[in-house]
Design a protein around this ligand. Structure first.
Ligand SMILES: Cc1cc2nc3c(=O)[nH]c(=O)nc-3n(C[C@H](O)[C@H](O)[C@H](O)COP(=O)(O)OP(=O)(O)OC[C@H]3O[C@@H](n4cnc5c(N)ncnc54)[C@H](O)[C@@H]3O)c2cc1C
Ligand code: FES
Length: 366
């Protein structure tokens, strides 16, 4: 059941203009054996983004539309062209497609940049920034650290960067160039996890004690002016946050970005009461739409089935592209990793991970 069908097409075309864009690939650069950066030509007007945000690629693969989020590795303050860096995942649909099929001249539909893994820059800032990255988690961090170095001449950055081996270090040369260009302002601790890859470096997965040491060596005397950015695999993020918590680093100065979460055991969470269809109302672009959310569907899936142009990207509760405000009723949210505590308190939900709990759910999507 969907009302306001009349306005749907108008709404769709307006939203298309608002949220979507076509970018032309300018260049692809092989960073490591399994990682490639894709630079896009600047559109007209220039792409408006903040360092650390991500693009949603909208691709058609084998006749099906798929979306995936990729963080911008570039800085609008430094780089003339926006770029994303994609790591090939074994069996991964989109990462393999991108690396094997993206070439200069190809046009790609994207959703305009989104994401909260961002900060503000000020020339007077005397911050000491701590960055912990694992593998492709360096991507948003690269854009942020370049922006800090150019915008905040009194700030310093300490990067703890975990890679499997020396040849898998993404942006190795670019980072070395930045260290030479900004002496004493960018300090890098490489951590290589693959045994034997470098005899002079630690050869095991990062552990909590190593994060604590990184903190004690670089931050202990600058408690007032710190900010941390953490992005990498789930294990690295858990270890880093647990170490920072135990050092009593306040969570509000620690920004995180997750690319992927291991799937939870869904069957353990199914409530027999939820095996029914329930109606929801969505306010999208100022118009109200009502439809039923069937068993085993999320609110986003049901809305997309109805042809609604609801925003989304990762569909796993991480990117917040599908965020909406719960105006009435209750939902069950299976994954809220992308939301801050404040956003949850303020009534925001993620439509890709939520199902209606009662009959009177109303959600506003901005
Ligand atoms: C906000 C955000 C920013 C992101 N930025 C980047 C980026 O800058 N660079 C980048 O390479 N990726 C990034 N990602 C991850 C990216 O969106 C895709 O999830 C990733 O490329 C895998 O997609 P796929 O289609 O190849 O794999 P799929 O076909 O979706 O999955 C294949 C298999 O791999 C598992 N899997 C999926 N994703 C991951 C993962 N990230 N790690 C480990 N296992 C996984 C799946 O469970 C499945 O078994 C980002 C994700 C988010 C949410
Ligand atoms: S689509 Fe990414 S959090 Fe819902």
């Amino acid at each position: 059941m969907l009302f306001n069908l009349f306005n749907r097409n108008k709404e769709k075309s307006e939203k298309k203009e608002d949220n979507y864009l076509t970018l032309r690939i300018r260049e692809t650069v092989q960073e490591t054996p399994d990682t490639m950066t894709v630079y896009f030509e600047q559109p007209e007007p220039f792409l408006d983004y903040q360092p650390g945000q991500y693009l949603t690629l909208i691709l058609e693969i084998d006749g099906k539309q798929v979306r995936r989020s990729y963080s911008l590795c570039t800085s609008p303050y430094v780089d003339p062209f926006p770029g994303i860096t994609v790591k090939r995942l074994e069996g991964g649909l989109v990462s393999n497609y991108v690396i094997d099929n993206f070439f200069p001249g190809k046009r790609i539909t994207i959703m305009k940049p989104l994401g909260n893994f961002v900060t503000t820059y000020h020339s007077e800032n005397q911050q000491v920034y701590g960055m912990i990255a694992g593998g492709s988690g360096i991507t948003p961090i690269m854009g942020i650290l370049k922006s800090i170095l150019v915008n905040e001449p009194q700030a310093r950055v300490h990067l703890l960067y975990c890679s499997r081996s020396r040849e898998m270090i993404i942006f190795r040369e670019a980072l070395e160039d930045l260290q030479s260009k900004y002496p004493g302002r960018l300090m890098i601790n490489h951590h290589l996890s693959q045994s034997g890859s470098s005899p002079d470096k630690v050869s095991c997965r990062l552990n909590e004690e190593q994060v604590k040491r990184f903190y004690r060596e670089n931050f202990i005397s600058y408690q007032q002016n710190q900010k941390f950015f953490v992005c990498g695999p789930e294990g690295l993020m858990n270890i880093s946050l647990s170490a920072l918590d135990s050092l009593e680093v306040p969570r509000d100065i620690v920004l995180t970005e997750s690319f992927y979460l291991e799937k939870k055991n869904e069957s353990a969470q199914i409530d027999p009461e939820d095996i029914v269809s329930r109606p929801v109302k969505i306010i999208l672009g100022g118009e109200e739409y009502a439809f039923d959310v069937g068993p085993k569907k999320t609110i986003l899936e049901a809305g997309l089935d109805e042809g609604l142009d609801m925003p989304y990207s990762c569909q796993s509760g991480l990117c917040t592209a599908c965020m909406g405000k719960l105006i009435a009723g209750e939902v069950v949210m299976n994954e809220d990793a992308g939301l801050s505590k404040q956003e949850i308190q303020d009534g925001y939900i993620l439509c890709c991970s939520s199902k209606p709990k009662g009959e009177d759910v109303v959600i506003q999507i901005e």
